[in-house]
Structures are given as C-alpha cells and as structure tokens.
Design a protein around this ligand. Structure first.
Ligand code: SF4
Length: 373
C-alpha cells in the first residue's frame, strides 16, 4: 500500500484538454450554481477564516453559516446563496480573491480526485459553461498531464497493482469509446461486455490477466465475435426504460427533475436525430464519465458498476432528448447537466446507483436498451 503525507511535492495533474479554457460566465450563466439551493459544507480552515473575517462582509458570511450535526455549512435562502450579488458575482472573491472560497465553492465545477501522487481534475456538467466546452467539440476528448508542486489535500492509500490495472482498463475503454468506425451503441455494447468479463479478474486479484482480456477485445476477429454476442441480446431489445425507475427512486435535488423524467415513460427507444444532429455528444459524455469513474473502482473494487454507470447516464441523456422531442446539442447539454446535478452531486444518490448496478441484471437491462443500427 502507498501511504502519502500531506505536503508531498511533484504531483502529477491530469485533466481533460478543454479544462483550462473554462471561465465562469457569472451573470451570463443560465443556471448559476449559487442558485441551486445547495447546502455547502465548509472545510475547517475556512470555518476559522470566516469566523475571523472582518465586518461588514464577515458579518454577512457568519449569518449565512449554519451548523448541522457538528458540520458547518453555507446555507441557501430561498434556494439562493445569500452572499450572491447582482451580476452573479461573489463578494468574497471580489474582496479577497478565489482563495477566500471554501474548498467546495473553489473547486466547482470540478471534481478533484487523488490517487497516490496523481491529482485528476474532472468536470461537472452541471455547470452550463463547462458542459458547453466539454460537449461542443468534434475532436475526441483527450487528457493532458503536467507536474505541479501543489500539496496533496489529504493522505491517501491505494493498492498500486489494482490502480495500475484500472488505468489500463480506462485507457482501453476510452480507446474503444473513441473508435468511430463502430457506431456508438456497438461501442457501448462492447463496453458492457468487457465490464462483465473484467470484473471477475479484479475480484480474484488477477490484475496481470487484464491485459490479455483487453487484447481479446482489441484483436479484430475476437472483437467481432464479442460484438455479435451483444447483438443477439440486443435483438430482444425493449423500449422499457429501466433507468427511469432507478433515477426516480433517488433523492431529487431540483424541483423540475421529476417532471423531466416523467416524459420518458412511454416513448420507444429508437430515434436517429440526435446522432445526426450531434454525432459526438454521446461519445464525449462516455469519455468524461468513464474517465472520471473507472479509477474510483480502486476504492470499492467494482469497475463493472462504474462502466454501467457511464452507459446508464449516457442512455438517460439520449432518452430524455428523444422523449422531449429535443434531439439537439443544447438540450443534450442541459440534460447531462441535470443528471450530473441529480446524481453526481449527491453522495447518497451515487451510492444507491452503484449498489443497484452491482446486480448482474443491469448488464441485461442496459444491453437490451442499446439500439441496433
Ligand atoms: S454554473 Fe458555472 S458558469 Fe454558472 S455561475 Fe456557476 S461556475 Fe459560473
């Protein structure tokens, strides 16, 4: 096991290629994150900072702080952060710079994940500007790396063998997802098939056998055989949207979410306009969700649930677009944002989704939902 201490230097940063182009558009934002009604946990260092922040702004901050079960939060009022000023600006940033923000506000719309001496930056599509940057391009999303002397935020222990196997798995999954000679549904079918085959290897600690399995899926004749097997299952296909029940059963964070989901009850699974209007959006979404979550399997040992999660989220975006008659990029960005907000921003919801997806039945549900093109 690697045990790393806070303050270690020369860390590697890894982030999607568009990440550095992001700039908050504040007053022009259609879905300002300070208006989401989020209860924001404040880290200890910032609790102390805010307690001593000079008035009059200090008094406003302290009025906004609320202690629940021993944890301090910035609490919204009528769904809005009480500090928010006209023009969508934060007075704390204006007065003292970004460092004055607590960790959650400072990192949004990014998710920071640390594995040994690597910090990965992933993006939250709940921010419309980040979603626009992430999903509008036609080139495949790539990841960039650089070294930094920023300190680790906390020590972390990971099993290096498992972690490196997961990196190999992720690299393969992203290559597969970006293999544009196959249609996107075939790519997802192969991903699901791969997830089912690779999980037992991780369960048994047979990390060295991941490479031959990847080779099996990469080598053309074998890959074709795997694909054929998925087509037999997909022929049974059904228009029942199993994902809707799961998504409906989660704790809802936004008022309009249930209504958006309701529209997905009756519509058939097939439709081609989204693929024609924005042929890369599903690929980009898969890349981002797989890129973020596959390495997190180092925490619970379940890479199959992470791959199923990415397919579920992508197919939910597609279904929402189809059922609302809005098969276009702008609506896909909006639906990806709603899903990110409802699922990824709630630890309880994420845990429930992973628990549910650990059933092998979900392999079948998801496979049958993939159209044959
Ligand atoms: S959602 Fe994104 S663009 Fe909008 S205010 Fe928040 S960080 Fe800025």
């Amino acid at each position: 096991m690697i045990a790393l201490q806070k303050g270690a230097v020369d860390m590697k940063l890894r982030y999607p290629h568009f990440y550095k182009d992001f700039q908050c558009i504040a007053e022009d934002c259609s879905d300002n994150c300070c208006r989401q009604g989020w209860l924001i946990p404040i880290d200890d260092a910032h609790v102390e900072y805010y307690e001593n922040y000079p008035d009059p702004l200090g008094a406003r901050i302290r009025e906004t702080m609320k202690k629940i079960d021993g944890q301090w939060y910035l609490a919204p009022k009528d769904g809005v952060c009480p500090l928010l000023e006209e023009g969508g600006l934060c007075p704390l940033v204006r007065a003292s710079g970004e460092e004055a923000l607590c960790h959650i506000c400072h990192s949004h719309p990014r998710f920071l994940e640390e594995y040994g001496l690597t910090r990965e930056i992933h993006v939250s599509l709940s921010c419309p500007e980040m979603a626009r940057l992430a999903l509008e391009g036609t080139d495949a999303i790539t990841y960039e790396e650089e070294m930094t002397d920023e300190p680790l935020s906390s020590p972390n222990d990971i099993d290096p063998q498992e972690y490196f196997a997961l990196l190999e798995i992720r690299e393969f999954c992203l290559r597969l997802v970006q293999h544009r000679e196959l249609n996107i549904y075939d790519r997802m079918a192969l991903l699901l098939q791969f997830a089912r085959r690779v999980q037992p290897l991780l369960d048994e600690g047979e990390y060295a056998l991941c490479k031959p399995l990847i080779h099996l899926f990469t080598y053309a004749p074998q890959g074709r055989r795997q694909l054929l097997a998925t087509k037999r299952a997909r022929k049974k296909g059904c228009s029942y949207f199993a994902e809707r029940e799961l998504l409906s059963s989660l704790e809802h964070l936004a008022e309009d979410w249930e209504n958006l989901l309701k529209a997905t009850i009756f519509t058939a699974r097939d439709g081609a306009k989204l693929d024609e209007n924005c042929p890369y959006v599903l690929e980009h979404l898969l890349t981002l969700w797989l890129g973020h979550y596959i390495p997190k399997a180092v925490c619970d040992g379940r890479v199959d649930t992470k791959i199923r999660f990415a397919v579920l989220m992508v197919m939910a975006v597609r279904r929402l677009c189809l059922c609302h008659g809005e098969e276009n990029l702008a609506f896909a960005e909006k639906m990806a944002g709603c899903l990110a907000r409802e699922v990824e921003h709630s630890q309880d919801n994420m845990e429930k989704v992973y628990r549910t997806l650990s059933s092998p039945l979900w392999h079948e549900h998801l496979m049958m939902g993939l159209p044959l093109k």
